[in-house]
Design a binder for this molecule. Structure first.
Ligand code: NAP
Length: 243
């Protein structure tokens, strides 16, 4: 019997356990998937040293905090600075980032050559993976943060019509609007959005966040986080199985 699992702080509404349990049944794999809820990242040491785990996913808020506990990190995860998948290679604990792969796969059918510049809301692990993908495709990336750290980071109050017009792609990587706080939305002036915008929300519960609803009202094309979620999970499964 193989053991897989998810490390995070609050995992009650997590998608992974059901997704992988269903996949193991479909593929006739003798495996189980556990949720490891930890209140502090230091507790991860015990999980990583158990010796009976074959692969792990990592979620909020530990995708960056997990780095010092790993023996090695893939080149891509190193560049991004966040890990959401762990493999155990001959006793070595190795971190990977499949969020980037998932985001790239999910956005590909929606990207147009008019999308030159992207505005990313949030600066956490998912924002870094999204920026990595978009910069590799050749887009300019700007970040919006509650606490801007450098000149590529803007405050929410700095978002004006000119900036929205200049950024054909808007990506919400914050948890604002996620279940159960479905009435919330990022402080974004949606009135400046047009039919030429693509608005992505990495949230998948609810399927249409209030932010996406407001963007749709302005005629913008919208995409939620569901396809990214499935793609990143399938890539993690491949890594665990050495494909
Ligand atoms: P994270 O590392 O905790 O980062 C979230 C960022 O959002 C923070 O760095 C913060 O940026 C901003 N933020 C947090 N709370 C906020 C608030 N109350 N108001 C405004 N901004 C806030 O989390 P993450 O791993 O990047 O994940 C972020 C979201 O993406 C979650 O909703 C997660 O479910 C989703 N996600 C989806 C997928 C998928 O496959 N669909 C994959 C990964 C993540 P500042 O401090 O700079 O403001």
């Amino acid at each position: 019997m193989k053991n897989y699992g998810l490390i995070g702080r609050t995992l009650k509404h997590s998608f992974s356990k059901d997704f992988f349990t269903e996949k193991f049944i479909k593929e006739n794999t003798d495996a189980t998937y556990h949720n490891f809820e930890i209140a502090d990242i230091k507790e991860v040491k015990e999980i990583l040293s158990r010796g009976d785990i074959n692969g792990l996913n990592v979620t909020i808020p530990y995708k960056e905090a997990i780095l010092p506990f790993l023996d090695d990190v893939s080149e891509e995860a190193k560049q991004i600075g966040a890990v959401n998948t762990i493999t155990f290679n001959n006793g070595k604990v190795v971190g990977h980032n499949t969020d980037a792969y998932g985001f790239a796969r999910s956005i590909k059918p929606f990207l147009k050559n008019t999308h030159h510049r992207a505005l990313i809301l949030g600066t956490g692990g998912a924002a870094k993976a999204v920026a990595h993908v978009l910069e590799n495709i050749g887009l300019d990336v700007l970040f919006v943060s509650r606490e801007p750290e450098n000149e590529e980071h803007f405050t929410y109050s700095a978002i004006n019509s000119f900036m929205v017009q200049a950024c054909g792609l808007i990506v919400n990587t914050t948890p604002v609007g996620m279940y159960p706080n479905v009435a919330d939305m990022p402080e974004f002036p949606t009135q400046y959005l047009t039919k030429d915008h693509l608005v992505v929300d990495l949230i998948y519960n609810p399927e249409k966040t209030r932010f996406l609803e407001e963007a749709e009202k302005q005629g913008a094309e919208i995409l939620n986080g569901l396809s990214m979620l499935k793609e990143q999970a399938l890539k993690a499964y491949d890594l665990w199985n050495n494909n």
